[in-house]
Write a protein of this length. Structure first.
Length: 122
C-alpha cells in the first residue's frame, strides 16, 4: 500500500475566528467546516482552507482541546488495506485503528522515526 499524496496539514488554533481572518487575509479561502464533539462532550471544529493554487493540498485548522500538534494527513486508496499492509512494516505503530468519518475512513500511525501520520481514504 502506497501513500498517494499529501491530503492536508492540520494545525491547532485556540482562536478559530482570528486564525480564519489571518489565513483569508493571506489569500486562502474556507472550503469546508465540521463541528464535532470529543468523547467527553467538548465541542471542537475543523476548517479546511484552500490555497489559491487549486492543485495544492489543504491547510486545516483544528480547535481540538487535546490535539495541540501538527497532523500530517496522507491520502491512501483504502485505509483498511493500508492498515493491514503497514501493520507488517517494522517500526510502524498504530495510535488509532481504522474508523469511519464523513468522507471515508481514517487511521493514525506512528512511523519508526516517531512522526505521526493520519491516513485518510476510502
Amino acid at each position: 500500500m502506497r501513500f498517494e499524496r499529501l491530503d492536508c496539514v492540520c494545525i491547532h488554533t485556540d482562536n478559530l475566528d482570528a486564525s480564519l481572518r489571518f489565513y483569508e487575509d493571506v489569500g486562502m479561502r474556507q472550503a469546508w467546516r465540521l463541528d464535532r464533539t470529543t468523547e467527553t462532550g467538548v465541542p471542537w471544529t475543523l476548517v479546511g482552507l484552500d490555497f489559491p493554487d487549486s492543485t495544492s493540498s489543504q491547510l486545516t485548522l483544528s480547535t481540538h482541546p487535546d490535539r495541540k500538534f501538527v497532523e500530517i494527513e496522507i491520502r491512501v486508496g483504502n485505509v483498511n488495506a493500508a492498515f493491514r499492509d503497514l501493520s507488517g512494516v517494522p517500526g510502524v505503530s498504530w495510535l488509532a485503528e481504522p474508523f469511519a468519518i464523513e468522507a471515508g475512513h481514517v487511521a493514525v500511525m506512528a512511523a519508526p522515526d516517531g512522526n505521526v501520520f493520519v491516513l485518510i481514504g476510502g
